[in-house]
Design a protein around this ligand. Structure first.
Ligand code: ZN
Length: 94
């Protein structure tokens, strides 16, 4: 059996981040550099939540809900989006 160590929080952050980036209301830069910067800022604010799973397995809803009860992933990602939008690492409209 192949097992792996994954940070569940990382997947939650990317899920939420990609929802924001997919919505047309947001004017945040969608380049890979900004996407990674946003994720890094948000993840530094949030506790990590490592789980051991079988390779390729998906998380149970219970695991995800448990995390959401204790930390506000949405708020952390929104904050990170605003920060990177105001201070992109590259010139505007790059
Ligand atoms: Zn960018």
């Amino acid at each position: 059996m192949q097992i792996e160590l994954r940070n569940l929080m990382e997947e939650l952050v990317f899920q939420r981040l990609d929802e924001i980036l997919a919505s047309e209301q947001s004017d945040v830069c969608r380049c890979e550099s900004c996407r990674m910067d946003i994720a890094a800022v948000a993840l530094n604010e949030l506790p990590s939540r490592y789980v051991v799973t079988q390779r390729g397995a998906t998380y149970s809803k219970a695991e995800v809900l448990q995390i959401q009860r204790y930390v506000d992933v949405v708020a952390a990602v929104n904050k990170a989006v605003n920060l990177v939008r105001k201070n992109p690492r590259h010139e505007p409209n790059n």
